[in-house]
Ligand binder design. Sequence first.
Ligand code: NAD
Ligand code: IPM
Ligand code: MN
Length: 350
Amino acid sequence: MKRIAVIPGDGIGPEVTQQAVRVLERLQSTRDLELDFVHFDWGADKFLSDGISLPEGALEMLTSDFDAILAGAFGDPRVPSNQHAEDILLGMRRGLDLYINLRPVRLLNERLTPLANRKTDEIDFVVFRENTEGAYCGAGGFLKKGTSEEIALQEEVNTRRGVERIIVAAFEYAKRNKRARVTMADKSNVQRFGGDLWQRVFREVAAGYPEIETNHQFVDAMAMFMVLDPSQYDVIVSNNLFGDILTDLGAAIQGGLGLAASGNIHPGKVSLFEPVHGSAPPLAGKGIANPVGSILTSAMMLEYLGFPSESVEIEVAVRDAISANETTTDLGGNLTTEQAGSAVIARLKN
Ligand code: NAD
Ligand code: IPM
Ligand code: MN
C-alpha cells in the first residue's frame, strides 16, 4: 500500500488533479496496485480565510505518513504576493530537500509541436533542474526602500553540495537510461562565481562517466538551440532559475504547458509530483484545462513508487488518446477536462 498526499491547490489545480486521481483509481481497481489518497486543502482559499499556508508540522507529517505527494498548482490573483504558493510549494521543495526537479520534454505526437518538420524522436530529453537553492534561496533585501535611491538586492546561493548532487543525478540518470550526452546550461560568462563553481563541478563529475559525452552551453544559446535543434539534447542540467525558464520552453516544443510533467525528487524520500504549469487563472473553473500534464505527472509518480509498467500504461493511454484527437482545445480537440480524463481512462487496458 502506497500513501499519497493529494494537494490540488489553486485555479486549474483541482480540476486537473481530479482527473489524474481518477486515472490512478481506475488503474488500481484492475492492477496489483494499492493506493491510499488523503486530500489536503492547502492553497489560496485556506490562506485567505484563516491565514494558513503550509500548516505547522506539515513537513514532518508528509515525511512520516506518506510515500509521495501529488500536487496541482499554487498561485491566485487574490494573493498578489504569492506568499502562500511560496510557503507551500517552495516550502516542500526546500523543507523536504527535494533537490531534483526532473522535467521530461518528450514529443508524443508530431502534430503537437509548433516546430516545423520534427519527428517524435527528435524532441526527447529530460531536464535536471536544481530545486533547493540558486535564485530561489529567498536571500536579499532592500536599502532605502521607497526612495529614489532605492536598492534591491537579490542573492543567489550555490553550494558545492547542492551543485554536485544535481550534476551527479543527471549523469546517473544518463548512465541508467543509456542517454549519450549531458549538457549543462549556465551563464558563467557573466555569473563569475556561481558559474565557476558549476563549471568546475561539472568537469569533475563528468570525469567519472567517461562513456557519457558532455557539452556546455550558455543558457541564452540553449534557449535558441532548443528551438532550432532540440534533437541534440538527451539530459540537460541547470540551476533552479534557468531550469524553470528552460522547462516552460521545453513544454512549448512538446505541445504546450498543458502536457508537461514534473517530479520534485529526493531519491528514497517522500517526493512531490506536480505538472509544470501553474494555476492558469484565465482557464480556472471553466472545465477546459488540459489534464494530461497532471496525468503524466501521476505516471512519473507511479514509476517513482516502483510501478514502472503501470506508469508506461498511462503514457501509452495518453499517447493513444492524443493520436485519436481526444484532447482538450489547447491541443486542437474539443473535449472538456473531465472528458479528456475519461478518454485516457477508456484507453487503459482492462
Ligand atoms: P500558467 O502555467 O499557470 O499558465 C500560463 C498559460 O499556459 C495559461 O494561461 C494557459 O494558456 C496555458 N496553460 C497552462 N496550463 C494549462 C493546461 N493545463 N491546459 C491548457 N493550457 C494551459 O502560468 P502563469 O499564468 O504565469 O501563472 C499563473 C499562476 O500560477 C501564478 O500565480 C504563478 O505563480 C503560478 N504558477 C504555479 C506553478 C506551480 O504551482 N507549480 C507553476 C507555474 C506558475
Ligand atoms: C514552477 C513554477 C514555480 C517555480 C513558481 C510557482 C514558484 O514556475 O514550478 O515551474 O518558479 O519554480
Ligand atoms: Mn515554472
